[in-house]
Write a protein that binds this ligand. Structure first.
Ligand SMILES: Cc1cc2nc3c(=O)[nH]c(=O)nc-3n(C[C@H](O)[C@H](O)[C@H](O)COP(=O)(O)OP(=O)(O)OC[C@H]3O[C@@H](n4cnc5c(N)ncnc54)[C@H](O)[C@@H]3O)c2cc1C
Length: 381
């Protein structure tokens, strides 16, 4: 691991219970951060503008892998790798303690695009098996019912998925069981309360909430919360994604399937998600007929039997996009006691667990799991 260029002083000291952390945003990142801080003995208040757990983290597909992971830098893949190793334990623990099963499934992924030369190096480096399938029969042996025009595929058998609304419900139930955590919903953070260049709480539409440390986990909205004086941070911008959902009989599709950045994700109960669009349209979350038809055409092209399946849901979410896809994790370069964990773009679930651990290490002054340099907030990337 390289040198660790943390220039700001560690804000926590002494008895953890005397250091209150305010987290802005109850998405996957905010809720997992609250959980970890509470486990370390810190009192936490999570402030959420709307319904907790109903934005991007709810809207996502839950693929526990970046799409085409070999196209990403190590800074993303090392977070993915760390998380992939720990999601089975987290899912099991949440199921035991809350009774809600996040439905983590090792359904694997079939890739119908032409194989890219970088796959083998990625497979070796991160220890994921890969099989190249030649001929429709070889593909059908892994997943029957696909369009037989596809005669080559790359099979990634150990890639997992989980069911976002269930993960969020389980995290909310877990957080609700922890007396150190207060979840204040329907309160919008309007600004960070500052005293002499130091964060001392948040101003909300319901009044000020004071704390010793402020952690911004507001997803696509995170940059808007930074004081103007501190906008030299890398920006997080909304990138809309639409998804549709088919109802089918359970078992019709067992594998995730992807082509041309579009994917199908089969859930245990027969629901199949088809996603997703990538739209730069600001903070609006409207769905539209054109996207529905494009996603439906893609789905039917890959699995012809979906022509007869009803579409039972269509939604949009706002990904927290960044220029590089590398999230912003760590202390704000200009404001003491202000931390950010945001900008996970298309990978907030798969890299979220590791991002949260790294972010908490940096708040608590623990040896960080990874060199935090690639994730630093300053706008010099
Ligand atoms: C269509 C789609 C498909 C995706 N598929 C995948 C996938 O398969 N795998 C994967 O790993 N990732 C996927 N993602 C990305 C992933 O969902 C996100 O990166 C991740 O959910 C971000 O989590 P978050 O907690 O930062 O943001 P969010 O879940 O958006 O949470 C941020 C929270 O902050 C709150 N907030 C904002 N402003 C304020 C304020 N001023 N005051 C108080 N609260 C505020 C919001 O209301 C929200 O609840 C997908 C995303 C989309 C949209």
């Amino acid at each position: 691991m390289g040198s660790i260029p943390i220039t700001r002083s560690n804000p926590v000291s002494g008895d953890p219970s005397m250091n209150k952390v305010i987290i802005t945003g109850a998405g996957a990142i905010g809720l997992m951060s609250a959980r970890q801080l509470a486990m370390a003995g810190y009192p936490v208040t999570v402030v959420e503008r709307g319904e907790p757990g109903r934005e991007s983290s709810w809207a996502g597909g839950g693929i526990v892998s970046p799409l085409y992971p070999w196209r990403y830098p190590d800074a993303v893949n090392q977070l993915a790798d760390y998380s992939q190793q720990r999601y089975p334990a987290l899912a099991m623990m949440l199921k035991e303690t809350t009774g809600i099963d996040p439905e983590l499934l090792e359904s694997g992924m079939l890739l119908l695009d032409d194989p890219e030369p970088e796959i083998d190096a990625w497979s070796e480096r991160w220890n994921h098996p890969v099989e190249y399938l030649d001929g429709a029969a070889a593909i059908a042996a892994v997943q029957p019912g696909l369009n037989s025009d596809y005669s080559r595929a790359t099979w990634l058998p150990d890639l997992m998925q989980l069911r976002n609304p269930r993960l969020l419900a389980a995290l909310l139930a877990d957080v609700g069981q922890r007396p150190q955590i207060t979840l204040t919903a329907h309160a919008q953070v309007q600004s960070i309360a500052l005293d002499n260049g130091r964060a001392v709480g948040v101003e909300t539409d319901k009044g000020r909430i004071e704390g010793d440390i402020v952690l911004i986990c507001a997803g696509a909205w995170s940059s808007g919360l930074l004081p103007e004086s501190a906008l030299s941070a890398r920006r997080v911008e909304p990138v809309k994604g639409q998804m549709i959902q088919f109802q089918t009989a359970p078992g019709m599709l067992a594998r995730m399937v992807m082509r041309d950045s579009r994917y199908l994700i089969p859930r245990k109960d027969g629901l199949i998600l088809a996603g997703s669009t990538l739209e730069h349209t600001g903070f609006e979350k409207q769905t539209d007929q054109q996207a529905l038809e494009q996603l439906r055409d893609f789905a039917i092209d890959v699995v012809p039997a979906l022509r007869d399946a009803p579409i039972v849901n269509h939604w949009a979410g706002l990904r927290p996009g960044t220029d590089t896809g590398i999230p912003l994790i760590g202390p704000h370069p200009e404001i003491d006691n202000l931390f950010i964990n945001a900008g996970h773009f298309r990978n907030g679930i798969v890299i979220g667990l590791a991002s949260v651990r790294l972010g908490i290490d940096l708040i608590l002054g623990n040896p960080p799991i990874f060199d935090p340099e690639p994730y630093q907030i300053a706008g010099n990337h």
